[in-house]
Design a protein around this ligand. Structure first.
Ligand code: IPE
Ligand code: IPE
Ligand code: MG
Length: 231
């Protein structure tokens, strides 16, 4: 009997980790690793639709990443701004729909403006949805949902209530979560949505991640047996 092959995941979420170590291993400043990491983002966005993926969530900056040195944060914000500019130009051609998950405060005003413009101008696109987890923390996301429900006067809440008040309620739960750089933890990523996600950990550092690596993860996922508590 042939082994059961699942459909490709519709939604993949990626913890893009290892930029700093990639640079340090080459005697380069950490900023060089982030620059190279931005190229990997482009590769993955290009490859995802070819692999049958409809949604991709990219963990770009966590609420805890503000604790890094100011210089590194400035580099990351500069890169983010450049990436937003780039996709403002290319998203239409690639039919990308850009969404963002995270808190707005304390992101700089110019970044927020560019995000709003990009989200607005790509809203009707029908290709890959790229959800940028930016200034994102999963605990904050759950708190945000509960606070919205409290503001509506709810006295009791259901799982469905929480799910419909997350940052992107239309986003399906990720079937697969990938983390690069050999770390095996969630680091405050998608705590609610990951309840039944499959995990794929690779020692590849994010700047080295490409279509082949993404394909490997998808193939690995397709051989998993998902039981959801059943038999
Ligand atoms: C991931 O790479 C990028 C961000 C968290 C913004 P790191 O910067 O965490 O790289 P390492 O983990 O130090 O190698
Ligand atoms: C997780 O990576 C956050 C992002 C990839 C944006 P970190 O490098 O910040 O996570 P920890 O500190 O190793 O848990
Ligand atoms: Mg890291």
């Amino acid at each position: 009997m042939s082994e059961k092959i699942n459909l490709p995941p519709k939604h993949i979420a990626i913890i893009m980790d290892g930029n700093g170590r990639w640079a340090t291993a080459r005697n380069l400043p950490r900023s060089a690793g982030h620059k190279e990491g931005a190229k990997a983002v482009r590769r993955v966005i290009e490859a995802a639709p070819e692999l049958g993926i409809d949604f991709i969530t990219l963990y770009a900056f966590s609420t805890e990443n503000w604790s890094r040195p100011k210089e590194e944060i400035d580099t990351l914000m500069d890169l983010l701004e450049k990436t937003l500019d780039e996709y403002q130009k290319s998203a239409t051609k690639q039919n990308l729909r850009i969404w963002v998950s995270g808190e707005r405060e304390p992101l700089p005003y110019n970044i927020l403006q560019k995000i709003d413009k990009l989200v607005q101008s790509t809203a009707s696109h029908t290709g890959l949805t790229v959800n940028l987890a930016l200034n994102y923390g999963a605990r904050q996301e759950i708190i945000h949902a509960v606070n919205q429900l409290l503001a509506q006067g709810k006295k009791q809440i259901s799982a469905q209530d929480i799910a419909t008040h997350l940052y992107q309620p239309q986003l399906p739960e990720p079937e697969l979560i990938i983390r690069t750089s050999a770390e095996q933890r969630l680091s405050n990523f998608l705590l609610w949505q990951a309840a039944y996600s499959e995990f794929y950990f690779t020692s590849v550092l994010w700047p080295d991640f490409d279509k082949e690596e993404l394909k490997k993860a998808v193939l690995d996922y397709q051989h998993r047996q998902r039981r959801f508590g059943g038999v």
